[in-house]
Design a binder for this molecule. Structure first.
Ligand code: C2E
Ligand code: MG
Ligand code: MG
Ligand code: MG
Length: 288
């Protein structure tokens, strides 16, 4: 491919673009069959209620162990799966594996699962999920689906119907990565949501910038006014944790509290056989 480099110079090949395109094609090819070869696993990251310091839920996160590439970046894997039409099959595997696992957890611990647009718009979604919940014996009330704002950009009317069906079945809905996309207060007001997940970008900046703390405060106030819970993602240190607590954030998730872990480690953690993460312990002491 021939290409101008923007300075009027002509290049025969854009190596970087070529490498990226080749990697995409390669990953797309490797992704086919990854499910059958058993290359996927789920990691679970605990979510802590800020008032009690207890684990209120765990988010299932896809992990792809490629035999030669090793662990493939999850965001890249999801993007390739979405672009190549493989996300629905992979997403169904995720739901099945996560619901099966969560059925063994204490019933105070909810399961959060991320959904892609293609899954969300599938008319059979609600039925599929209810079938899985029934098969594995998990109450719909213990499932929360995480959707990003991009899902509501397409067509809000359709999305609203789907959300209402899921919520009528008792399933909770969280808006993931809030504040990074094309956040609109209009849809926040009309969509039936249970929780807003405040994007890591705000959490990262909260301690260094008073303006960011003000924005987080405003997001929490809006959520409260709309009777929605809040969860801050990507909490990496105790300063961030203290500020989120001061602002009245409902729940927190991040490396400072607990990293995503294997189902076995998580089970030991939930059973109290593995030490409570230090950051939340420190946070609880300071609040007491
Ligand atoms: P997300 O849903 O916003 O998940 C949070 C991401 O932040 C996870 O990345 C998690 O490992 C990471 N994280 C958690 N705490 C911290 C922290 O303190 N600091 C930093 N720097 N990162 C933290 P991960 O596992 O790589 O997943 C990336 C994204 O891929 C997810 O973002 C989600 O959008 C998507 N994803 C993951 N699993 C699935 C899935 O099963 N289905 C779909 N459709 N998407 C998924
Ligand atoms: Mg998520
Ligand atoms: Mg998120
Ligand atoms: Mg995020």
């Amino acid at each position: 491919a021939a290409k101008f480099d923007g300075k009027g110079r002509f290049r025969f090949f854009d190596y970087e673009m070529d490498t990226r395109a080749r990697r995409r094609l390669f990953l797309e090819h490797e992704l086919r069959g990854a499910l059958q070869r058993g290359e996927f696993e789920l990691a679970y990251q605990p979510i802590f209620a800020l008032d009690t310091g207890r684990v209120s839920g765990c988010e299932a996160l896809l992990r792809w162990h490629h035999p030669r590439l090793g662990m493939v970046d999850t965001q890249e894997c999801i993007a390739v799966a979405e672009e190549s039409g493989q996300i629905e099959a992979i997403g169904e595997w995720v739901l099945d594996a996560a619901i099966r696992e969560a059925a063994h957890w204490p019933d105070t611990v909810r399961l959060s699962v991320n959904l892609s647009l293609a899954q969300f718009i599938n008319p059979a979604l609600c039925e599929t999920i209810l079938g899985l919940l029934d098969t594995h014996g998990l109450s719909p009330r213990r499932l929360e689906l995480e959707l990003t704002e991009s899902i509501f950009l397409r067509d809000t009317t359709h999305a609203e119907g789907h959300l209402r069906a899921l919520r009528a079945a008792g399933i909770r809905i969280a808006l993931d990565d809030f504040g990074t996309g094309y956040s609109s207060l209009a849809y926040l007001r009309t969509l039936p949501l249970d929780r807003i997940k405040i994007d890591r970008a705000f959490v990262t900046a909260i301690a260094a910038h008073p303006e960011t703390a003000a924005v987080v405060r405003a997001i929490i106030a809006i959520a409260q006014a709309l009777h929605m819970d809040t969860c801050a993602e990507g909490v990496e240190d105790t300063a961030q944790l203290a500020l989120l607590r001061a602002e009245g954030c409902g729940a927190v998730q991040g490396f400072a509290l607990a990293e995503p872990m294997t189902p076995t480690t998580l089970a030991a953690f939930l059973a109290g056989k593995v030490a409570v993460p230090t950051a939340i312990a420190a946070g609880r002491n300071s609040a007491a």
